[in-house]
Write a protein that binds this ligand. Sequence first.
Ligand code: GP9
Ligand code: MN
Length: 640
Amino acid sequence: MKRISFPLSTLRLPAVLAGLFVIQNEIFNLFVHFPANPYLFQFIFITFSLGMFLYGPSALFQKTGKMIYLSIISLFVALLFISQALYFSYFGGFMQASAFTYADQTGAIKSTIVKLIKPILVFFLLQFFVIALWIFLEKKRKIAKTVLIKTEKIGLALFLFFTGLFSYGLVLFGDGNGWKKVTNFSQTLRELNSFTFSPTDKIQRTGIFNYYASDVVGFIFRKTKLTEEDIALVQAWKQNIPGAGKSEYFGAAKGKNLIIVQFESLENVVLFQKLNGEEITPNLNKLAKEGFYFNNYYTQVGPGNTADAEFVTMNSLYALPNTVAFVDFAHNHYNALPELLTQNGYSTYSLHADVPTFWNRSNIYPELGYETSITKSDFVIPKNSGFEMLSDEEFFTQSLSKMKDFPSPFMATFITLSSHTPFLIPEKDQTLVFPENSPFNETQKNYLQSIHYSDQALGKFIKVLKENGEYEKSLIAVYGDHGSLTGLGNILGASESKVFPELRSSIEGSVPLIILETSLPGKTYDIPGSHLDFYPTIANLLGVTPKAALMGQDLLGKNHQVTIRDSYSRAITTILTPAIAYKNFNEAGTFETGTCLKMPEQKTTPLADCKNIYMNETTATNASDLIVKGNLAATLLFDK
Ligand code: GP9
Ligand code: MN
């Protein structure tokens, strides 16, 4: 019996092509302006393995078969690199499989394709040249030819398969926790999700091909087709939604500009707190007194943090547990607030000083209805500012001069950055003085410093708006995107009387919402609300009516309630209404593992009293997920 083996020399050409493939991957990264790659070794290793995986099987063929195989792979490689590069030039983001669900978008790109072609793209065709040269040298007998027999071919196929498996295994499980990752799936999901926040990060680690491959695999396995039962569940939810009605403030800000500030990691618990007699957030405190202040308002984020806050706020749909709608459902048709305002004659802008690919914003923003995105490259980071990213102060100042050119009425969403974890701002900007025996650890102190700094930046922004007359012409909303995860709430929130002990763990999820408009009186609202309620509330104030049914309710209307789920298990962890509250401390719990409380007395009451609302909310949250997964936001919901 013959031994299973193969001469390695047959892999010389695939190895050369795989080497070229590594270089092409790096050229792609340069083309899309990535900074120096911090994961260079991993990147070379995995792109080389993929190159071998793609070109290696050519050794199984001879003559014409080999030519055909190599031409197909080379063409595939060239097409993928070039189409991703062209897509990036056009959209400022990376192409996702879901983009092809709608022909209208690819149509738009076709017309400008010619303009986007650049000489650098020739690099992605070099494999054809290498193959031609190799064949020429083989013919001239400068390179020896090896022909494999059957058993050697099996050996080669097994070799390629196992090296491929090994390489990918190493990337996914190579941190020594391999088996744990398999057994503790929900933790693995968390880690993989922390990987999805930035395509840049993913592409720098594994290359554009692997990014696209994982996107395609995700797209194929994602359940997007709804069953009849699913549709029936969504319909059942729709029939039960309480009529939103029109609050007494309907149209109070009609025709005004809309300025939104999504404030990074801003927790409600820091407002009105003092250190050595000095307020931590003097400007927010002032604004909270000047306008409507919702102090029982909650974030609804899932694994998508900032992006989920934007998603929930702009769509009035729940964030998806286990995955990030901004990433996996960027190409849905939504019915978001920016789109509604565009249809009502507004020009719509988003402003954020990060790269547009972060959280896949460049792909989803047009779907949300933003006409213009102002991003990192539109701002100038002053030399020696000490900030790693553009500081919030510069962000607001530079944005103010851009705002002068926005035709009215406009909607402008500002997303701040300076108070982002790990909350490190330059020493000169850390102006809070902590008392000697302050109870805070280093991270908590850094957090408070960064919030204090960003509060000042916001204060200056509002001051200029007042000076240049913009304040009078605008409806302004400021809210926190999510908590700080520093455990600060347990220290600062301990004396909070409005939060009863059973719900104390929700303190970090409590973010402030402040709404300002010259005709609105200063007023604090204790009613429970969440990011989900932003869209209906703002639409009513502006006097525009959303075309579709929304998950949230007008905070200035009659119905108030908040339902919060665990980001991964989907279990409902909290329900708050003015009359009743439900809390489940078990992350993956069922209804029975929870506690029911009568509000506002905060007294335990039989669990059965919470059953109805729990069932209704289970239907609503499930319906929301189905609406996103089944891409129903702009269709099914329209016939409200
Ligand atoms: C980056 C910023 C931070 O663009 O939005 O996002 P986060 O890490 O909080 O999700
Ligand atoms: Mn954030």
